[in-house]
Design a protein around this ligand. Structure first.
Ligand SMILES: Cc1cc2nc3c(=O)[nH]c(=O)nc-3n(C[C@H](O)[C@H](O)[C@H](O)COP(=O)(O)OP(=O)(O)OC[C@H]3O[C@@H](n4cnc5c(N)ncnc54)[C@H](O)[C@@H]3O)c2cc1C
Length: 387
Protein backbone atom coordinates (compact mmCIF):
# COMPACT_ATOMS: atom_id res chain seq x y z
CA UNK A 1 0.00 0.00 0.00
CA UNK A 2 1.27 3.49 -0.85
CA UNK A 3 0.95 5.97 1.99
CA UNK A 4 1.84 9.03 -0.07
CA UNK A 5 1.00 9.70 -3.70
CA UNK A 6 4.54 10.84 -4.64
CA UNK A 7 7.33 9.29 -2.57
CA UNK A 8 9.77 12.01 -3.69
CA UNK A 9 7.68 14.47 -1.69
CA UNK A 10 7.76 12.35 1.50
CA UNK A 11 9.46 14.41 4.21
CA UNK A 12 9.96 11.51 6.62
CA UNK A 13 7.89 13.43 9.18
CA UNK A 14 6.64 10.15 10.69
CA UNK A 15 2.98 11.22 10.98
CA UNK A 16 1.99 7.94 9.28
CA UNK A 17 4.21 5.90 11.60
CA UNK A 18 2.74 7.59 14.68
CA UNK A 19 -0.82 7.20 13.41
CA UNK A 20 -0.69 3.45 12.82
CA UNK A 21 -2.58 1.71 15.59
CA UNK A 22 -1.43 -1.80 14.69
CA UNK A 23 2.33 -1.27 14.36
CA UNK A 24 2.33 -1.98 10.63
CA UNK A 25 4.60 0.96 9.73
CA UNK A 26 8.31 1.26 10.38
CA UNK A 27 10.55 4.19 9.47
CA UNK A 28 13.54 2.78 7.58
CA UNK A 29 16.64 4.46 6.30
CA UNK A 30 17.21 4.52 2.51
CA UNK A 31 20.70 4.22 1.01
CA UNK A 32 21.23 7.98 1.40
CA UNK A 33 20.39 7.92 5.11
CA UNK A 34 16.87 9.41 5.00
CA UNK A 35 13.94 7.76 6.78
CA UNK A 36 10.91 6.59 4.78
CA UNK A 37 7.86 4.65 5.97
CA UNK A 38 7.68 0.95 5.18
CA UNK A 39 4.38 -0.90 5.51
CA UNK A 40 4.23 -4.49 6.70
CA UNK A 41 1.31 -5.68 4.56
CA UNK A 42 0.72 -8.70 6.80
CA UNK A 43 -0.11 -6.40 9.73
CA UNK A 44 -1.85 -3.60 7.80
CA UNK A 45 -5.64 -3.49 8.33
CA UNK A 46 -6.19 -0.88 5.56
CA UNK A 47 -7.77 1.63 7.95
CA UNK A 48 -6.04 4.41 5.93
CA UNK A 49 -5.24 6.43 9.06
CA UNK A 50 -1.69 6.79 7.72
CA UNK A 51 -2.85 8.29 4.44
CA UNK A 52 -5.13 10.71 6.25
CA UNK A 53 -2.27 11.83 8.51
CA UNK A 54 0.11 12.60 5.62
CA UNK A 55 0.63 16.38 5.65
CA UNK A 56 1.75 16.48 2.03
CA UNK A 57 -1.35 14.85 0.55
CA UNK A 58 -3.78 16.53 2.98
CA UNK A 59 -2.36 19.98 3.31
CA UNK A 60 -4.80 22.33 4.95
CA UNK A 61 -4.94 25.90 3.74
CA UNK A 62 -4.05 28.53 6.32
CA UNK A 63 -5.77 31.90 6.33
CA UNK A 64 -4.02 34.26 8.69
CA UNK A 65 -2.50 37.67 9.03
CA UNK A 66 1.12 37.19 10.11
CA UNK A 67 3.02 39.92 11.94
CA UNK A 68 6.78 40.36 11.60
CA UNK A 69 9.32 41.40 14.20
CA UNK A 70 13.10 41.75 14.37
CA UNK A 71 14.08 40.56 17.85
CA UNK A 72 16.93 39.76 20.15
CA UNK A 73 16.92 38.24 23.61
CA UNK A 74 17.90 40.77 26.30
CA UNK A 75 19.80 37.99 28.06
CA UNK A 76 23.18 38.20 26.32
CA UNK A 77 24.36 34.85 27.65
CA UNK A 78 21.38 32.99 26.16
CA UNK A 79 21.67 34.90 22.89
CA UNK A 80 25.33 33.87 22.65
CA UNK A 81 24.40 30.23 23.22
CA UNK A 82 21.58 30.35 20.64
CA UNK A 83 21.91 30.17 16.87
CA UNK A 84 20.34 33.51 16.13
CA UNK A 85 18.59 35.89 18.54
CA UNK A 86 17.71 33.35 21.25
CA UNK A 87 13.95 33.67 20.89
CA UNK A 88 13.28 29.93 21.02
CA UNK A 89 14.55 29.89 24.62
CA UNK A 90 12.21 32.73 25.63
CA UNK A 91 9.18 30.85 24.28
CA UNK A 92 10.34 27.53 25.70
CA UNK A 93 11.04 29.00 29.13
CA UNK A 94 7.60 30.59 29.22
CA UNK A 95 6.02 27.16 28.60
CA UNK A 96 8.17 25.28 31.11
CA UNK A 97 7.64 27.97 33.77
CA UNK A 98 3.89 27.59 33.35
CA UNK A 99 4.16 23.85 34.01
CA UNK A 100 4.28 22.76 30.37
CA UNK A 101 6.64 20.67 28.26
CA UNK A 102 8.73 21.41 25.19
CA UNK A 103 9.61 19.14 22.27
CA UNK A 104 12.48 20.01 19.95
CA UNK A 105 15.65 18.73 18.31
CA UNK A 106 18.46 17.52 20.53
CA UNK A 107 21.25 14.97 20.32
CA UNK A 108 21.22 11.36 21.48
CA UNK A 109 24.32 9.93 23.14
CA UNK A 110 25.89 9.19 19.74
CA UNK A 111 25.33 12.76 18.47
CA UNK A 112 22.49 11.70 16.22
CA UNK A 113 19.85 14.45 15.96
CA UNK A 114 16.55 13.33 17.48
CA UNK A 115 13.40 15.00 18.72
CA UNK A 116 13.16 14.93 22.46
CA UNK A 117 11.08 16.25 25.39
CA UNK A 118 12.12 18.80 28.00
CA UNK A 119 10.22 19.86 31.11
CA UNK A 120 12.72 22.01 33.01
CA UNK A 121 15.10 24.91 32.41
CA UNK A 122 17.95 22.42 32.65
CA UNK A 123 16.67 19.87 30.13
CA UNK A 124 15.72 22.72 27.77
CA UNK A 125 19.38 23.50 27.20
CA UNK A 126 19.84 20.43 24.98
CA UNK A 127 17.19 21.78 22.59
CA UNK A 128 18.83 25.16 22.23
CA UNK A 129 20.77 25.76 19.00
CA UNK A 130 20.23 24.68 15.40
CA UNK A 131 21.35 21.23 14.37
CA UNK A 132 21.67 21.30 10.59
CA UNK A 133 20.68 17.66 10.08
CA UNK A 134 17.28 16.04 9.63
CA UNK A 135 16.07 15.20 13.09
CA UNK A 136 14.37 11.88 13.81
CA UNK A 137 10.82 12.29 15.15
CA UNK A 138 10.43 8.73 16.47
CA UNK A 139 7.29 8.46 18.56
CA UNK A 140 7.24 12.09 19.74
CA UNK A 141 3.94 12.93 17.99
CA UNK A 142 2.23 10.23 20.06
CA UNK A 143 3.96 11.55 23.19
CA UNK A 144 2.77 15.08 22.37
CA UNK A 145 -0.81 13.81 22.08
CA UNK A 146 -0.57 12.12 25.49
CA UNK A 147 0.68 15.35 27.06
CA UNK A 148 -2.06 17.38 25.36
CA UNK A 149 -4.76 14.92 26.44
CA UNK A 150 -3.43 15.15 30.01
CA UNK A 151 -4.04 18.90 29.86
CA UNK A 152 -0.38 19.93 29.70
CA UNK A 153 0.72 23.00 27.80
CA UNK A 154 2.98 21.77 24.97
CA UNK A 155 5.40 23.67 22.78
CA UNK A 156 6.52 21.67 19.74
CA UNK A 157 9.40 23.07 17.70
CA UNK A 158 10.64 21.72 14.38
CA UNK A 159 10.94 22.21 10.66
CA UNK A 160 7.79 23.29 8.77
CA UNK A 161 7.27 19.73 7.48
CA UNK A 162 7.47 18.39 11.04
CA UNK A 163 4.84 20.89 12.17
CA UNK A 164 2.73 19.78 9.19
CA UNK A 165 3.27 16.17 10.29
CA UNK A 166 2.19 16.89 13.87
CA UNK A 167 -0.93 18.71 12.69
CA UNK A 168 -1.70 15.85 10.28
CA UNK A 169 -1.24 13.27 13.03
CA UNK A 170 -3.39 15.21 15.54
CA UNK A 171 -6.02 15.79 12.86
CA UNK A 172 -6.54 19.39 13.95
CA UNK A 173 -4.57 22.54 14.63
CA UNK A 174 -6.84 24.08 17.24
CA UNK A 175 -5.56 22.47 20.44
CA UNK A 176 -5.81 25.27 22.96
CA UNK A 177 -2.79 24.00 24.89
CA UNK A 178 -0.52 23.40 21.85
CA UNK A 179 1.98 26.00 20.64
CA UNK A 180 3.88 25.19 17.46
CA UNK A 181 7.13 26.84 16.41
CA UNK A 182 8.66 26.29 13.00
CA UNK A 183 11.74 27.70 11.30
CA UNK A 184 12.51 29.16 7.94
CA UNK A 185 14.21 26.03 6.65
CA UNK A 186 16.98 25.89 4.09
CA UNK A 187 16.45 22.12 3.82
CA UNK A 188 17.53 19.14 5.88
CA UNK A 189 20.84 17.31 5.30
CA UNK A 190 21.10 13.53 5.52
CA UNK A 191 21.88 12.06 8.95
CA UNK A 192 24.26 9.68 7.15
CA UNK A 193 26.33 12.62 5.84
CA UNK A 194 26.44 14.17 9.32
CA UNK A 195 27.57 10.84 10.83
CA UNK A 196 30.27 10.47 8.19
CA UNK A 197 31.57 14.00 8.82
CA UNK A 198 31.65 13.45 12.59
CA UNK A 199 33.20 9.96 12.32
CA UNK A 200 35.98 11.38 10.15
CA UNK A 201 36.61 14.21 12.61
CA UNK A 202 36.58 11.83 15.59
CA UNK A 203 39.06 9.62 13.78
CA UNK A 204 41.39 12.60 13.30
CA UNK A 205 41.16 13.49 16.99
CA UNK A 206 41.10 9.83 18.14
CA UNK A 207 38.27 10.74 20.51
CA UNK A 208 34.52 11.09 20.83
CA UNK A 209 32.90 14.52 21.32
CA UNK A 210 31.74 15.92 24.61
CA UNK A 211 30.01 18.88 22.92
CA UNK A 212 28.87 19.77 19.42
CA UNK A 213 27.70 23.22 18.30
CA UNK A 214 26.97 24.02 14.65
CA UNK A 215 26.94 27.74 15.38
CA UNK A 216 29.35 28.43 18.18
CA UNK A 217 29.55 32.18 18.54
CA UNK A 218 32.89 33.77 19.30
CA UNK A 219 34.45 37.16 18.66
CA UNK A 220 34.79 38.08 15.00
CA UNK A 221 38.48 38.21 14.03
CA UNK A 222 38.24 41.72 12.56
CA UNK A 223 34.78 43.23 13.05
CA UNK A 224 32.74 44.01 16.19
CA UNK A 225 30.31 41.22 17.10
CA UNK A 226 30.51 37.47 16.58
CA UNK A 227 31.54 35.00 13.92
CA UNK A 228 29.90 31.57 13.73
CA UNK A 229 32.09 28.52 14.10
CA UNK A 230 31.59 24.79 13.72
CA UNK A 231 32.63 23.54 17.13
CA UNK A 232 33.30 20.02 18.33
CA UNK A 233 34.78 19.67 21.78
CA UNK A 234 36.73 16.61 22.89
CA UNK A 235 37.98 15.87 26.36
CA UNK A 236 41.51 17.17 25.71
CA UNK A 237 41.16 19.17 22.50
CA UNK A 238 38.66 20.87 20.28
CA UNK A 239 37.85 21.47 16.62
CA UNK A 240 36.76 25.04 15.93
CA UNK A 241 36.56 26.37 12.41
CA UNK A 242 34.84 29.42 10.96
CA UNK A 243 31.74 28.14 9.23
CA UNK A 244 32.95 29.61 5.93
CA UNK A 245 35.91 27.22 6.07
CA UNK A 246 34.28 24.13 7.55
CA UNK A 247 33.50 21.36 5.11
CA UNK A 248 30.19 20.30 6.72
CA UNK A 249 28.91 23.86 6.39
CA UNK A 250 30.19 23.96 2.81
CA UNK A 251 28.37 20.75 1.98
CA UNK A 252 25.18 21.88 3.74
CA UNK A 253 25.02 25.20 1.91
CA UNK A 254 25.84 23.53 -1.41
CA UNK A 255 22.50 21.66 -1.04
CA UNK A 256 24.20 18.38 -2.01
CA UNK A 257 23.10 16.42 1.10
CA UNK A 258 19.49 17.65 1.29
CA UNK A 259 16.48 15.35 1.20
CA UNK A 260 14.63 14.88 -2.12
CA UNK A 261 11.50 16.55 -0.72
CA UNK A 262 13.47 19.71 0.11
CA UNK A 263 13.82 20.45 -3.61
CA UNK A 264 10.05 20.67 -3.95
CA UNK A 265 9.03 21.55 -0.42
CA UNK A 266 5.29 21.53 0.26
CA UNK A 267 5.64 23.85 3.27
CA UNK A 268 7.08 27.05 1.86
CA UNK A 269 5.14 30.29 1.82
CA UNK A 270 3.79 33.19 3.76
CA UNK A 271 0.84 31.47 5.44
CA UNK A 272 2.25 28.82 7.72
CA UNK A 273 0.74 26.12 9.90
CA UNK A 274 2.73 27.06 12.99
CA UNK A 275 1.90 29.63 15.65
CA UNK A 276 5.40 31.14 15.49
CA UNK A 277 8.07 31.06 12.80
CA UNK A 278 11.68 31.74 13.83
CA UNK A 279 14.63 32.53 11.59
CA UNK A 280 17.77 34.58 11.31
CA UNK A 281 16.98 38.12 10.30
CA UNK A 282 19.18 38.19 7.23
CA UNK A 283 19.86 41.45 5.43
CA UNK A 284 19.46 43.78 8.39
CA UNK A 285 22.27 45.90 6.94
CA UNK A 286 19.99 46.67 4.01
CA UNK A 287 17.28 48.19 6.21
CA UNK A 288 17.00 51.91 6.53
CA UNK A 289 15.73 53.41 9.78
CA UNK A 290 17.31 50.72 11.97
CA UNK A 291 19.47 52.14 14.72
CA UNK A 292 23.12 51.12 14.58
CA UNK A 293 23.10 49.90 18.20
CA UNK A 294 20.46 47.32 17.35
CA UNK A 295 22.50 45.69 14.57
CA UNK A 296 25.31 44.39 16.76
CA UNK A 297 26.26 41.29 14.73
CA UNK A 298 25.64 38.98 17.70
CA UNK A 299 22.58 37.16 16.39
CA UNK A 300 19.28 38.72 15.39
CA UNK A 301 16.03 36.83 14.87
CA UNK A 302 13.11 37.22 12.59
CA UNK A 303 9.99 36.30 14.59
CA UNK A 304 6.74 35.80 12.71
CA UNK A 305 3.60 35.75 14.79
CA UNK A 306 1.17 33.61 12.79
CA UNK A 307 -1.85 33.25 15.06
CA UNK A 308 -3.88 35.00 17.73
CA UNK A 309 -2.68 32.46 20.28
CA UNK A 310 0.92 33.35 19.36
CA UNK A 311 0.18 37.08 19.65
CA UNK A 312 -1.10 36.62 23.22
CA UNK A 313 2.09 34.76 24.21
CA UNK A 314 4.29 37.24 22.35
CA UNK A 315 2.68 40.10 24.31
CA UNK A 316 3.47 38.31 27.58
CA UNK A 317 7.13 37.55 26.77
CA UNK A 318 8.08 40.59 24.69
CA UNK A 319 9.57 42.39 27.70
CA UNK A 320 12.39 39.83 27.51
CA UNK A 321 13.36 41.05 24.02
CA UNK A 322 14.54 44.14 22.25
CA UNK A 323 12.38 44.34 19.16
CA UNK A 324 11.43 46.32 16.09
CA UNK A 325 8.40 45.83 13.87
CA UNK A 326 8.98 44.91 10.26
CA UNK A 327 7.06 43.44 7.31
CA UNK A 328 6.99 40.49 4.94
CA UNK A 329 8.94 42.15 2.12
CA UNK A 330 11.81 43.22 4.40
CA UNK A 331 11.87 39.80 6.07
CA UNK A 332 12.59 37.98 2.83
CA UNK A 333 15.10 40.44 1.34
CA UNK A 334 17.86 37.88 1.92
CA UNK A 335 15.80 34.97 3.19
CA UNK A 336 14.16 33.56 0.09
CA UNK A 337 14.07 30.11 1.71
CA UNK A 338 10.84 31.22 3.34
CA UNK A 339 9.10 31.04 -0.01
CA UNK A 340 11.24 28.98 -2.36
CA UNK A 341 12.81 25.52 -2.23
CA UNK A 342 16.48 24.74 -2.68
CA UNK A 343 17.47 23.76 -6.21
CA UNK A 344 18.93 20.26 -6.62
CA UNK A 345 22.59 20.81 -7.47
CA UNK A 346 24.20 19.25 -10.46
CA UNK A 347 26.45 16.80 -8.62
CA UNK A 348 23.93 15.49 -6.07
CA UNK A 349 23.53 11.97 -7.46
CA UNK A 350 27.30 11.50 -7.73
CA UNK A 351 27.72 12.87 -4.21
CA UNK A 352 25.43 10.23 -2.69
CA UNK A 353 26.58 7.42 -4.98
CA UNK A 354 30.17 7.93 -3.86
CA UNK A 355 29.50 8.53 -0.19
CA UNK A 356 31.39 5.38 0.81
CA UNK A 357 34.23 5.91 -1.65
CA UNK A 358 35.53 9.37 -0.68
CA UNK A 359 35.83 11.42 2.45
CA UNK A 360 33.55 14.44 2.95
CA UNK A 361 36.14 16.96 1.83
CA UNK A 362 36.87 15.03 -1.38
CA UNK A 363 33.15 14.71 -2.07
CA UNK A 364 32.62 18.42 -1.54
CA UNK A 365 35.46 19.39 -3.86
CA UNK A 366 34.49 16.86 -6.49
CA UNK A 367 30.77 17.51 -6.64
CA UNK A 368 30.20 21.02 -5.48
CA UNK A 369 33.11 22.95 -6.90
CA UNK A 370 32.61 21.29 -10.31
CA UNK A 371 28.91 21.96 -10.16
CA UNK A 372 29.53 25.57 -9.30
CA UNK A 373 31.75 26.08 -12.34
CA UNK A 374 28.63 25.64 -14.38
CA UNK A 375 26.61 27.44 -11.75
CA UNK A 376 23.25 26.01 -12.80
CA UNK A 377 21.87 25.89 -9.28
CA UNK A 378 22.60 29.55 -8.63
CA UNK A 379 21.36 30.72 -12.01
CA UNK A 380 18.07 28.83 -11.70
CA UNK A 381 17.52 30.07 -8.15
CA UNK A 382 18.14 33.61 -9.29
CA UNK A 383 15.69 33.26 -12.15
CA UNK A 384 13.12 31.69 -9.85
CA UNK A 385 13.40 34.37 -7.19
CA UNK A 386 13.35 37.16 -9.76
CA UNK A 387 9.85 36.12 -10.86
C1 LIG B 1 17.84 22.47 9.19
C2 LIG B 1 17.65 23.95 9.48
C3 LIG B 1 17.66 24.86 8.45
C4 LIG B 1 17.48 26.23 8.71
N1 LIG B 1 17.48 27.12 7.64
C5 LIG B 1 17.33 28.45 7.87
C6 LIG B 1 17.32 29.38 6.80
O1 LIG B 1 17.46 29.03 5.62
N2 LIG B 1 17.12 30.70 7.08
C7 LIG B 1 16.95 31.13 8.38
O2 LIG B 1 16.81 32.32 8.58
N3 LIG B 1 16.95 30.25 9.43
C8 LIG B 1 17.12 28.93 9.20
N4 LIG B 1 17.09 28.04 10.27
C9 LIG B 1 16.70 28.53 11.61
C10 LIG B 1 17.83 29.15 12.44
O3 LIG B 1 19.01 28.39 12.31
C11 LIG B 1 17.47 29.20 13.93
O4 LIG B 1 17.17 27.90 14.37
C12 LIG B 1 16.28 30.01 14.26
O5 LIG B 1 16.52 31.33 13.82
C13 LIG B 1 15.98 30.00 15.77
O6 LIG B 1 17.01 30.55 16.47
P1 LIG B 1 16.95 30.93 18.03
O7 LIG B 1 18.23 31.63 18.33
O8 LIG B 1 15.69 31.62 18.36
O9 LIG B 1 16.84 29.54 18.77
P2 LIG B 1 17.79 28.29 18.87
O10 LIG B 1 17.91 27.93 20.28
O11 LIG B 1 19.04 28.48 18.15
O12 LIG B 1 16.91 27.20 18.07
C14 LIG B 1 16.50 26.05 18.65
C15 LIG B 1 15.34 25.34 18.10
O13 LIG B 1 15.41 25.06 16.71
C16 LIG B 1 14.89 23.75 16.47
N5 LIG B 1 15.84 22.90 15.73
C17 LIG B 1 17.17 22.84 15.84
N6 LIG B 1 17.66 21.90 15.01
C18 LIG B 1 16.61 21.35 14.39
C19 LIG B 1 16.46 20.30 13.46
N7 LIG B 1 17.50 19.63 12.96
N8 LIG B 1 15.21 19.98 13.05
C20 LIG B 1 14.13 20.61 13.55
N9 LIG B 1 14.20 21.62 14.44
C21 LIG B 1 15.43 21.98 14.84
C22 LIG B 1 14.80 23.06 17.77
O14 LIG B 1 13.70 22.38 18.09
C23 LIG B 1 15.43 23.94 18.72
O15 LIG B 1 14.88 23.79 19.89
C24 LIG B 1 17.28 26.69 10.03
C25 LIG B 1 17.29 25.75 11.07
C26 LIG B 1 17.47 24.39 10.81
C27 LIG B 1 17.46 23.42 11.95
Amino acid sequence: MNIISDIKKCTGCSACYNSCGVGAIKMESDENGFLYPKVDESKCVKCLKCQRACPVDNKSEVKNNPLYYICKNKDEDIRKKSSSGGIFTILAQYVVESGGVVYGAGFDNEWKVVHTRADSAETLQCLRGSKYVQSEIGSTFSDVKKDLDNGKKVLFSGTPCQIGGLVGFLGKREYENLITVDLICHGVPSPKVWKKYLDELNHKYSATPVEVNFRYKDNHPTKPGFSNYMYVEYENSCYKKNRNDDVYWGVFLSDLPLRDSCFDCSFKGKHRQSDFTLADFLGIDRLENIDKDFTDNKGISLVIVNSEKAQKIFDIVSDKMILRETDFEKSIIKNQMMISSAIAPFGRNGFFKNLEKYNIEQLYKKYYVNGEKFGYGKVIRKLKTMK
